[in-house]
Design a protein around this ligand. Structure first.
Ligand code: SF4
Length: 409
């Protein structure tokens, strides 16, 4: 029987044992690795064949947190070959990876609410907590059921939790820049309530939300309007006339850095305008290193001309969406789930962030024409290399270059 650690009720399990991890590493590599991606990376990130140039960002794809979460999920299956294994929601925001875990018999539980599925968990069951973490009441519930817990929460997410817990101790309300309905932000928001539930938070997504909030900080306002604006994004019992007196800003790890910085600036200014000093304001940049590196690499990539950019990843992936937002200001950019989106020769299938729907668009002329073309590819932190490889092969194939030639190049 595996050894559990920590709180006996919680039964956290260490599945990272050398004999297990050796096999897991081989298995994960087999499922997600790509020799073509590695070859292009090692060659400086570019491959040109017969006038078609494929350019990769310097940083893209799986981050350390995602790699760790996947390794732990695979390890859990090996350590508990016979037991039921459940996962709170999705391990990461990539449908192919989640399907792979489902094929291994790992069953996804609802993450939006503690459904009755959680009542049916038994002491011998294993529950995997995803890289985003899970709200405290989910953690308490699986501990109460006595399950084995394999916690893959990324260390960078836990840093945000530490920050908001500090805000509670200092009597400050957390202003969280994030998506209120995102798993990570829900997990963070639950920590912003503090150990005794007396803390408060408000989640802001846009600069418009921020300006609305800042007006309230400066001048007060209509409470009903406030509640309507932030419906679903406030702690229980939030009173804007009391809980905006002392505020600390934190952010979901995968937000757009420039936007987060602007939100910090605007909230700070609002507090100074009201109090003539900033002692009632704090902030801490909690964007993770991997998100930052991928955004920086994209800015760098955009300095050279390209005919189009493909951003590969799950449509619900926050960090991937921000890469799309950055690039679409500069050139034709398509957010695709995988190479299948390029199957049709007339139109490509992609996700439109503004319409929040999968749509079809005509290919940019440069890709279909006979002249030279440069196609850029990047991917969010939850996208495995094998999906990037199939996209690369499909791009070359559309230009009349076979996969064999790409492999030999
Ligand atoms: S994107 Fe950042 S916070 Fe999320 S798993 Fe990766 S390293 Fe961790």
């Amino acid at each position: 029987m595996p050894q559990s650690t920590g709180n006996p009720k919680r039964k956290r399990v260490n599945v990272r044992r050398p004999e297990v991890m050796e096999k897991v590493t081989a298995e994960v590599e087999e499922h997600y690795r790509s020799s073509i991606v590695e070859k292009i990376r090692n060659a400086g990130g570019e491959l040109t064949i017969d006038g078609t140039t494929l350019r990769l960002a310097q940083q893209f794809g799986f981050c350390y947190g995602v790699e760790r979460a996947i390794d732990l999920a695979y390890a859990a299956r090996r350590v508990f070959p016979e037991q039921r294994i459940f996962l709170i929601g999705e391990i990461i925001h990539n449908p192919e990876v989640n399907k792979q875990l489902a094929d291994m018999g790992i069953v996804s539980l609802p993450w939006q609410e503690l459904s009755e599925d959680y009542d049916r968990l038994e002491a011998e069951d294993v529950v995997i907590v995803p890289a985003f973490g899970a709200p405290t009441h989910f953690m308490e519930k699986i501990a109460d059921q006595g399950c084995y817990v394999v916690d893959t929460t990324c260390g960078d997410v836990m840093k945000v939790w530490r920050r908001v817990k500090t805000y509670v101790k200092e009597g400050m309300t957390s202003i969280i820049h994030g998506k209120a309905g995102h798993e990570e932000t829900q997990a963070t928001a639950s920590r912003a309530l503090g150990e005794d539930g007396s803390g408060h938070y408000v989640v802001v997504l846009t600069l418009d939300d921020t300006d609305f909030l800042c007006r309230y900080i400066r001048e007060g306002g209509d409470r009903d309007n406030f509640y309507a604006r932030f419906e679903g994004a406030l702690s229980p019992g939030f009173d804007p006339d009391h809980h905006l007196q002392r505020v600390g800003v934190a952010n979901q790890t995968t937000m757009l850095k420039s936007e987060t910085e602007e939100i910090q600036r605007r909230v700070r200014q609002a507090v100074i305008d009201r109090d003539t000093e900033e002692k009632n304001f704090k902030f801490f940049d909690t964007i993770c290193g991997a998100t930052q590196e991928r955004q920086d690499a994209l800015f760098e990539m955009l300095r050279k001309p390209m005919d189009l950019l493909l951003v590969v990843g799950g449509y619900n992936s926050s960090n991937t969406s921000h890469l799309v937002e950055i690039a679409e200001q500069e050139l034709p950019t398509f957010f695709i789930r995988n190479a299948k989106c390029l199957e049709d020769l007339e139109q490509l299938v992609h996700f439109d962030l503004h319409r929040k729907a999968e749509v079809k668009s005509r290919y940019p002329a440069a890709l279909l024409g006979d002249g030279p073309a440069t196609v850029g590819i990047t991917a969010g932190a939850s996208c495995p290399s094998n999906l990037i490889e199939s996209t690369i092969l499909r791009v070359f194939e559309m230009r009349g270059i076979s996969p064999e030639r790409v492999r030999e190049a």
